[in-house]
Design a protein around this ligand. Sequence first.
Ligand code: SAM
Ligand code: SF4
Length: 439
Amino acid sequence: MNVYDAARMTDLLAQEGYAEADREEDAELVVLNTCHIREKAAEKIYSELGRLAEIKKERRAEGRNIEIVVAGCVAQAEGELVMRRQRAVDLVVGPQSYHRLPALLKEARRGARVADTDFAAREKFQTLPAPTRAQIAARGVSAFITVQEGCDKFCSFCVVPYTRGAEISRKVEPVVEEARRLVDAGVREITLIGQNVNAYRGEDEAGRATPLEGLFERLSAFEELERLRYTTSHPVDMTQGLIDAHGSLEKLAPFVHLPVQSGSDRVLKEMNRRHDARHYLDVVEKLRRARPDIAISSDFIVGFPGETGEDFEATLALIDAVGFASSFFFKYSPRPGTPGAERADQIHEETKRDRLARLEARVEAQRRDFNAAMVGRTVEVLFEKRGRHHGQIAGKSPYLQAVHVDGGEREIGRLRPVKIVAAGPNSLSGEIVEALELA
Ligand code: SAM
Ligand code: SF4
C-alpha cells in the first residue's frame, strides 16, 4: 500500500511542477513514506532523517534548501513528536491526508512547521488526481489499486487500526474507472489492495454493497487485462462467494495471501484474530476445492506474549498441514498503544530468535519444494521487465513466482506459456513454448 500511496503522491506533486529525481543529491523535496508496523521499520526513519538533516545543513550553507516531509504511518502515529525529534523536518502528513500535500507545503514555506494527521480517507480518494498515461506506462504492466483502507479488527499486536483508521471501501465506479485508465495505458495485471481487502463492500451505482468478487467480475470484462490479484485477506472475511470466484473467474490468479499468524487456538484468541486453526484449515480446503492448483501464502508472528513451546509447535503443525507456497515471518514487536505491548509475559528475545529460525526453516523448505515441483510444468507467465542478464526477460507465474526466460522485450506485457526447466532459491527459469499444455 505504501508503493501505491507513494505513486499517488508523485502524481499529485507532478501537477505542482515536480518531477521525480533520479538521485537524492538532485532533489529539492524528499518525502519519506514510512511504516510503523514493527519497531525496526519505525526506527529506521530517524536514522534516515539524521542523514537528510546533514544534507539540509550543507545545502543551507550553499544558500539552497531541501524540504523534508515525513508521510505514512510513522507520521500518523508519532505526529509532532517526529518534528520534535528531528528539527530538520518541515512537514508531517498522515496516510489519510496526503492529498493535501500541495497546500501543506505552501503553509510550510510560509514558515509554519505543519503536522496533518486527520483521517480524511474518503476525501483523499475523491480529490487525488489520476496519473497520466506516461506515468502509468513508466510504472510497468502490473499495478496496484487501493480499494479498501483501514481496519476495524483490532488484533492485539497491530497498530493498523490506529494509523490507517476505520475500515472504508471505495465505491465501485471510481475503482473501475481507475482500472480502465491503467489498462488503456498498458497495464495487464491489477492487484486490488487493502489492509483487509476481502472485507471490501463498495457501493455500486445503484447504492448496492458489492463484495470483492463483484469488483473482479467488473474488471474481468476489460479484454486486455490478463490477470487479477488481491492482498491482504483476513481468514474470517473469506466468504464462499470469493472462494467460488477462484473457480469461476479465469483471470483471477490461483494465489491467495491469507495470514494466519499462529496455529495455536489459545494464541489466536489472545491475538483477537476471531477464528481458530480449524477455521483456517477449512478455508484452505474450500479454496482448494474451488481451485485445486491454488497456492496459499501466509504471515506468521512468533513470540507473541505468553506463547509457549506447545503453542509454537501448534504453529509448525499448521504449517505442515497446509503446505504454503511462501510466507512472511516476524518476531513479535510490541507496538505502543496496542494491548499486546501492555502484557507482562513478553517473550525473551532469544526464544523469539530461535522460534523464528525454526519457523523460517520450515516455510522455506515448503517454498523450495513448491518451486521445485514446477520443473517440467508449463505455466502462463506475464512478462514485466528486462531480466538481469542481457537477452533475458522476467515475469511472474500465476503463483507469484519470479520467472526468467531468454526472450525479446516485445514479450513484455504479454502472457505466454513457459515450460519451467529449473528452480533456483528465488526464481524459476524456463523457455517460452508455443502451446499451453497445462500439467
Ligand atoms: N491485515 C492483515 C491480516 O490481518 O493478516 C495484516 C496486515 S499487517 C500490515 C502485515 C503483517 O505484519 C501481519 O500479518 C503480521 O504478521 C505482521 N505484524 C503486524 N503487527 C506486528 C507486530 N506487532 N509484530 C510483528 N509482526 C507484526
Ligand atoms: Fe492489523 Fe490485519 Fe489485525 Fe487489522 S486484521 S488489526 S490490519 S493484523
